[in-house]
Design a protein around this ligand. Structure first.
Ligand code: CP
Length: 308
């Protein structure tokens, strides 16, 4: 397998080809099944979280330790770095790049990961930039879809919740649009509909979409339901209160589900996905989160090793 992502930054799904995605998923699968045991030879990765995280940060840190790498960095929303003293983002990235072999960055402002990649001179991995993209979440989402449906084509996938600000939705739709004959059901409050540029992208591909009004419209035919929380941190409080709890998935809604249905959620959940769904065979979000470990191991390994 040719490793086309060696020494590359991972900023947007728009920059990653279908073949590259398939190669990352293949390595993810081998790591999960234990058929390879990759190593990054003590390379140093800077983990820079300017915004809160549980899954992304801790799965990256676990992945790097399992790969034999070392981690430097900060979390606490960046409050423990010198950004707090007024250091510019550009200066911070130049300094951090001089200490490390790759940078993982989460930041509340769109475009910061791209900026970091342009000034750092080393590979940068976007761990979520504002409402824009979350490419490594997409890797584990794609892997979880493939693992449960045995295909990334010919699927009916419902995206539910905050489709406007939900960066995991944006990245996943771009990725799935590289495959064929998928139909995307879009279920959201009017105020939180999918941005136009993504609607236009779907229209340009071999995939289709429809706007729907309720779970009843989608449950009997859907293979994947991708739930998302309303992104509270991107709203005025009054608007958030008005929009939260618009679409809540409960166990009782799933009576007519297909046998192969799996429910995914990037997590954290708030109230949009009732805990009584956890006991159904359709719940897959905890396995999905665990897949983040394997997907991030695969990605870091491939970025830092030319020969696989
Ligand atoms: N899915 C996800 O990005 O979770 P965290 O915010 O906990 O990293």
């Amino acid at each position: 397998m040719k490793n086309h992502i060696f020494n590359k930054s991972i900023i947007s799904l728009s920059d990653i080809s279908k073949e590259q995605l398939e190669n990352i998923l293949l390595i993810t699968d081998k790591i999960k099944k234990g058929t390879i045991n990759p190593n990054i030879d003590s390379k140093i990765i800077a983990s820079c979280f300017f915004e809160a995280s549980t899954r992304t940060r801790l799965s990256f840190e676990t992945a790097i330790q399992k790969l034999g790498g070392k981690i430097i960095g900060f979390d606490n929303d960046g409050n423990t770095s010198s950004a707090n003293k007024g250091e510019s983002f550009i200066d911070s990235m130049k300094i951090i790049a001089s200490y490390s072999d790759a940078i993982i960055i989460r930041h509340p402002i769109e475009g910061t990961a791209r900026l970091a990649s342009e000034i750092s001179g080393i590979p940068v991995i976007n761990a979520g930039d504002g409402a824009n993209q979350h490419p490594t979440q997409t890797l584990l989402d794609l892997y979880s879809i493939y693992e449960t449906q045995l295909s990334l084509n010919n699927l009916k996938i419902a995206f539910v919740g905050d489709l406007k600000y939900g960066r995991t939705v944006h990245s996943l739709i771009i990725a799935l649009s590289k495959f064929s004959n998928n139909h995307f059901y879009l279920l959201s409050p009017k105020e939180l509909e999918l941005p136009n540029y993504l609607i236009e992208l779907i229209e340009l591909t071999n995939n289709t979409f429809s706007l729907v009004d309720s779970f009843d419209d989608i449950i009997p035919s859907t293979d994947i339901i991708y739930m998302t929380r309303i992104q509270k941190e991107r709203f005025e409080q009054s608007e958030y209160t008005h929009l939260k709890s618009t679409f809540i998935l409960e166990k009782s809604s799933l009576d007519k589900a297909k046998e192969n249905l799996k429910i995914l959620h990037p997590l954290p959940r708030v109230d949009e996905l009732d805990v009584n769904v956890d006991e159904t065979p359709y719940a897959y979000y905890f396995q999905q989160a665990k897949n983040g470990l394997y997907a991030r191991q695969a990605l870091v390994y491939m970025i830092l090793n030319k020969e696989l």
